[in-house]
Design a protein around this ligand. Structure first.
Ligand code: SF4
Length: 322
């Protein structure tokens, strides 16, 4: 497969502001540049939560809550080199829409963008993974999104006429780990799709044990997409953030945790000081990824893209103990 230069690339409005292409006021700037491959039509996959899905009626400018307008590829590449050289941005995150030429575009972009680069895409052959690594990609993210096979099938697999299969995604992560190494392969997990806290802990632990990290997202309803549910409760989300932190940092593990009816009753360690640090509630994922307000309403923050204030931590403590 030959690399092919795309005419355009989508960039999050926050990224475009850092690059001087837009002017948007924000209390928190991205430390990673968020890009998506550009295609005039819709993605050929059909994830029910996604604005860009084959059968979605939502605006193509959106990913989750964020706006991603298209810009000329040359402009994005040139400005990103300057922003990374000036240490204004620390990482490039390239997300992919699925269409005939998407891999050729990803190969061209990863050859031409500044490093370090994270690429988020569905499972690929070992040959493509190796070429991405040779192009300077240091983190591969294969988004599972659903916490269980049942949820996965219902949001991006056979129940929504989507191309993805649970086992193939897990196999894709394991193969990517063989090429990129432990700690360099991750996934996105979307919370709020009917999973229990125990199911979330089981998957996070399973991934952690094989050397893969997980980035947590709160499900965010988008108008005119297939999936129609409420956002997760803050208590459910905070508890999963906390158990995710404990597992990821090897402070506790699922074997030491206790669950009743799927809800965590005991985290296996005293969590008071850990909660007071505020760290479990900050954005998770690749190094330097803060995704400011990518999935949230700024009034209700699920993932904090910065350190928390004492007031915010106090509220979280109340929510968890609630
Ligand atoms: S964790 Fe952040 S940088 Fe990594 S793929 Fe996801 S959004 Fe991109």
């Amino acid at each position: 497969m030959e690399p092919k230069k795309p005419d355009k690339v989508r960039a999050s409005i926050g990224t475009a502001t850092v690059l001087g292409l837009e002017l948007v006021r924000s209390d928190c700037v991205p430390t990673t540049a968020y890009l998506q491959t550009y295609y005039e039509g819709r993605c050929s996959a059909n994830c029910s939560f996604c604005a860009q899905a084959r059968t979605s009626g939502a605006s193509l400018k959106r990913i989750a809550r964020g706006l991603y307008p298209p810009y000329p590829a040359d402009t994005i590449v040139e400005r990103l080199h300057k922003a990374v050289e000036a240490k204004i941005l620390k990482r490039i995150c390239l997300q992919t829409l699925i269409y005939d030429e998407f891999l050729s575009h990803v190969l061209w972009l990863t050859e031409n963008l500044p490093v370090p680069i994270s690429v988020s895409l569905p499972p690929q052959s070992d040959e493509i993974l190796q070429r991405l690594k040779d192009n300077g990609v240091d983190k591969i993210v294969i988004p599972i999104d659903g916490i269980t096979e049942e949820v996965f099938d219902s949001i991006k697999g056979n129940k929504v006429d989507g191309p993805y299969r649970w086992e193939k995604h897990l196999d894709g992560i394991e193969r990517a780990l063989r090429i990129f190494g432990r700690g360099n392969v991750g996934t996105h997990l979307m919370i709020g799709l009917g999973e229990t806290e125990k199911e979330a802990a089981e998957l996070i632990q399973r991934l952690h044990d094989i050397g893969a990290y997980s980035a947590l997202f709160a499900y965010t309803p988008i108008e005119n997409t297939q999936l129609k549910r409420e956002k997760p409760t803050l208590q459910h989300y905070r508890k999963i953030q906390l158990l995710h932190y404990l597992i990821s940092k090897n402070i506790s593990g699922i074997d030491g945790m206790e669950f009743v009816d799927g809800r965590v009753e005991d985290f296996g360690v005293d969590v008071k000081d850990i909660v007071l640090s505020g760290k479990p509630f900050q954005t998770t994922g690749c190094p330097d990824c803060n995704r400011p307000f990518s999935t949230e309403d700024p009034r209700v923050i699920y993932n904090f893209p910065r350190e928390l204030t004492k007031e915010e931590i106090k509220k979280i403590e109340e929510t968890i103990n609630g």
